[in-house]
Ligand binder design. Structure first.
Ligand code: PGA
Length: 258
């Protein structure tokens, strides 16, 4: 049996004091119940503070990205080792908001070139994440145009092949299926289709790890739709953006995975 895993992606929200307060509130709501694995991913600058607040909690902390070099002259970057050093358990890699796959309505044209994640950088980041002893959460998903062109499975297969290239030990790997058109839009993917794609994702993982890898769904998960999504056999939990920011909402999403 795969343990369900629900992770909150706080994106570029909350100053450090507020992040610590909300983490503490969530810890109270979660208690020591660990039938579902729970994580939150605050902004880099809040990682250490939130880790401290959660040091006696079952909730793990994760970063929203890592750089693949462990140290050196890389001004402004944060390595997987540094993330681990800040007390983290997880690292999100290849989120669509970093892949340059943003719908143009959601980001100003002038910022698009700065979101340049590729399958190659995702692969390097996955290797660095594993080497640092972190649990990787690799995001994949198609854009609306790709879905409408019938390319969903081909796009995802290529993203997975690129991400996993040359990676040998996939025993801790988590993959998040996040259709780009469902992220932050309120347009959740139909649960049957989300289940189908999560099953397809599993089929793309090398056989030795296929039954073991956890595949989350992400994209407009909320307290009203989480139970339906998480009851699907191929969906092992969720990567949750907006609905993870308020502890009283996020706990409902977590409980829906039980
Ligand atoms: P959302 O974001 O839940 O706000 O749609 C999900 C994500 O980007 O991981």
């Amino acid at each position: 049996m795969r343990k369900k895993i629900v992770v909150g992606n706080w994106k570029m929200n909350l100053l450090s004091a507020e992040a610590a307060t909300r983490a503490a509130e969530l810890a109270k709501l979660v208690g020591f119940e660990d039938s579902v694995e729970v994580g939150i991913c605050p902004a880099f600058l809040s990682l250490a503070g939130v880790s401290l607040v959660l040091r006696e909690s079952v909730i793990g902390v994760g970063s929203q990205d890592v750089f693949w070099k462990s140290s050196g002259a890389f001004t402004g970057f944060v390595s997987a080792e540094m993330v681990r050093d800040a007390g983290c358990r997880y690292a999100v890699i290849g989120h669509s908001e970093r892949r340059g796959r943003f719908g143009k309505l959601e980001v100003e044209e002038s910022t698009l070139p700065f979101f340049g994640e590729t399958d190659e950088t995702v692969n390097l980041k996955l290797k660095a994440t594993l080497a640092a002893g972190l649990v990787p959460i690799v995001c994949v998903g198609e854009s609306l145009a790709e879905r409408e062109a019938g390319q969903t499975d081909a796009v995802i297969a290529a993203q997975i092949a690129g991400a996993l290239d040359g990676v040998e030990d996939l025993s801790t790997l988590v993959i998040a299926y996040e259709p780009v058109w469902a992220i932050g839009t309120g347009k959740v993917c139909d649960s049957t289709e989300a289940n189908r794609v999560c099953g397809f994702i599993r089929s793309q993982v090398p056989e030795a790890y296929r039954d073991h890898v956890r595949v989350q769904y992400g994209g407009s998960v909320n307290p009203g739709n989480a139970a339906e999504l998480f009851s699907q056999p191929e969906i092992d939990g969720g990567l949750v953006g907006g609905a993870s920011l308020k502890p009283e909402d996020f706990i409902q999403v977590i409980n829906a995975a039980k």
